[in-house]
Design a protein around this ligand. Structure first.
Ligand code: CA
Length: 249
């Protein structure tokens, strides 16, 4: 199946799944880690280390499979799974702060190849862009404007601090749509992680997964990605066809 057929089929399947009459793209919501910044290897390494330091079993694969959860939710999940007595909120904050310190000590994180060109192409199509992240990592949030100047509506970003229920709950993506004044059928999400895809799918948005990490791409389709690409450039090449099959303002 070539890209044109793949995209046409994805649009049809989306309309069947959601019951919406059409897709009329107005905005795109980007996830941050693994989509804008190549930060996941360092997140995974700092999670494994801080969990081990606190006697909690946690592997790199756990980090990728739980990517998108808030820090507190990740710690609670891992403690519960290994039968540890649940820590207090203060204890959880201390562990997450330790994880952030380890991450920050690893130096500046590179951007994901092609994410800037993809965002620029979407802006020139007339889409408004914002970010929905389960992270509260200030070192990355503060770098968005320097790494991606003028591309994202910074006052409409959703972070871990804004939501009660993090990914895989749809709340972050529903809040992102609200902040942008967009309905689900007007929203495209760019995600890289299983739980993020699950959250985006459940919010009703058209969900595109870019597999920038080590997991099998099948897991992203299984969690509800409408389209899957291996790189940002591959998705950017498919944008004209997606635009042709959907209306944009
Ligand atoms: Ca991510």
């Amino acid at each position: 199946m070539d890209d044109k057929d793949k995209i046409a089929e994805a649009v049809d399947a989306y309309l069947r799944r959601t019951g919406y009459a059409s897709i009329d793209l107005r905005c795109a919501l980007f996830d941050m880690d693994g989509v804008l910044f190549d930060s996941m290897p360092r997140h995974a390494a700092s999670w494994v280390r801080v969990m081990a330091d606190n006697g909690i079993e946690f592997t790199e694969e756990d980090a990728y499979m739980n990517e998108g959860r808030t820090g507190a939710s990740t710690i609670r999940m891992a403690m519960e799974r290994c039968g540890r007595q649940m820590a207090s909120d203060e204890e959880i904050k201390r562990i997450y702060a330790g994880k952030c310190d380890l991450f920050n000590a690893m130096g500046e994180t590179r951007t994901i190849a092609g994410a800037d060109k993809l965002a620029q192409a979407m802006r020139s199509m007339g889409l408004a862009l914002s970010i929905v992240t389960g992270s509260a990592q200030q070192s990355l949030l503060q770098r968005i404007e320097t790494a991606y100047p003028g591309l994202f509506d910074l006052d409409k970003i959703v972070t871990a601090l804004d939501v009660r229920h993090g990914k895989p709950d749809p709340e972050p993506y529903i809040m992102g749509q609200k902040k942008m004044g967009a309905s689900p059928w007007q929203t495209l999400v760019v995600e890289n992680a299983p739980l993020g895809v699950e959250a985006a799918n459940a919010s009703g948005a058209f969900t595109v997964a870019i597999n920038t990490g080590p997991l099998d791409g099948k897991v992203l389709i299984d969690r509800g990605a409408d389209l899957l690409f291996g790189t940002m450039d591959e998705f950017r090449a498919a944008l004209p066809e997606l635009t042709r099959l959907t209306k944009t303002k």
